[in-house]
Design a protein around this ligand. Structure first.
Ligand code: 3HC
Length: 284
């Protein structure tokens, strides 16, 4: 099957990035949000990134024009009717995702693939809630989507070879490097990344070093682009806490158990950069 028209559900941090790279690669792309205000904010995010890219000399005005020529923002599922692929990038809630898939299935053709950008939910369960489990898979992007080269393609128990092949081809067409991951909590990247981030918090709790020293240790000593606390603030402490809980539930291994400090920071609302406060202060 050939993918020509793509729908993206959700125009938040991830959805906006996915819609942008899809439109930039020449796919006719529809991005859907719950209302005009949220949609406007999401499209504004894409505009800001591309304008910043032009200022940095990384994006040409023609490339920006291509994105907006191929991109249509909508609040109506009916506009997704011609999509060959719909990528869902909404809240990490199984029931809400299942309801959304029913809304997608009500308008798209029987050939349409539905892919979830979930970072940790069970793809087999999401597929089982649809009438087309063979056409459901995971397509996990990384933040910031336009800059991170990787996409994980997740094969669920029922995902067909045709669906998998179509997603691998699509991932390459949008300039990403796809890796194949099994339908297991955290897939490949979060399976390794989350215990590392949780360990950094445990080290902090044990007094191993300050936030800055641990960050500098990993950044300058190992060449990581961000230290673990900068990355935690960037990804969101609430997101990390959520993923860790799902992985702990799946594997029952202590390395996935969220440390007490993480839970308390989330409860206090210190969720990282987006909240203005996490391990670092962003209020200024
Ligand atoms: N348009 C085009 N290019 C841009 C751009 C824009 N608006 N903004 C920046 N760039 C380019 C820059 O020109 C630069 O290119 P170069 O390497 O060729 O010089 C490159 O992108 C990096 O940008 P900056 O120099 O401005 O910024 P940094 O060097 O500070 O890098 C970063 C920023 C790419 C975010 C880097 O810090 C990084 O890789 N951090 C780690 C991010 C990470 O680990 N993400 C994964 C999180 S886990 C996840 O998402 C999974 C989920 O399930 C939790």
């Amino acid at each position: 099957m050939e993918i020509k028209t793509v729908g993206v559900i959700g125009c938040g941090l991830m959805g906006a990035g996915i819609a942008q790279v899809s439109a930039a690669a020449g796919f006719k792309t529809f991005v859907l949000e719950v209302n005009e205000d949220v949609l406007k904010k999401g499209i504004g995010r894409i505009d800001k990134f591309l304008t910043g890219g032009i200022e940095k000399g990384k994006v040409t005005p023609e490339q920006k024009a291509t994105v907006f020529a191929n991109l249509t923002g909508t609040t109506s599922f009916a506009d997704l009717k011609d999509c060959d692929l719909v990528i869902e990038a909404i809240i990490e809630n199984v029931e809400i995702k299942k309801k959304t898939y029913a809304q997608i299935e009500a308008v798209v053709g029987t050939h349409c693939v539905i892919a979830s950008n979930t970072s940790s939910l069970c793809i087999t369960e999401l597929g089982a809630g649809t009438t087309r489990p063979d056409k459901v898979a995971g397509l996990h992007f990384f933040n910031p989507v336009p800059l991170m080269k990787l996409v994980e393609v997740i094969r669920a128990l029922a995902t067909s070879q045709e669906t998998y092949d179509a997603l691998m081809t699509y991932a390459r067409a949008i300039g990403k490097e796809p890796v194949t991951a099994p339908d297991r909590g955290g897939f490949i990247v979060n399976r390794l990344l989350v215990p590392y981030l949780l360990d950094a918090i445990r080290c902090l709790e044990e007094g191993l070093g300050t936030v800055e020293d641990i960050d500098n240790g990993m950044k300058l000593g190992c060449g990581y682009p961000m230290g673990p606390f900068t990355l935690l603030d960037y990804v969101g402490l609430d997101t990390t806490y959520y993923i860790a809980n799902i992985m702990f539930e799946e594997f029952r291994e202590t390395r996935f158990a969220p440390p007490p400090l993480l839970k308390r920071m989330v409860l206090a609302g210190h969720c990282g950069k987006k909240a203005g406060k996490g391990f670092y202060d962003y209020s200024k």
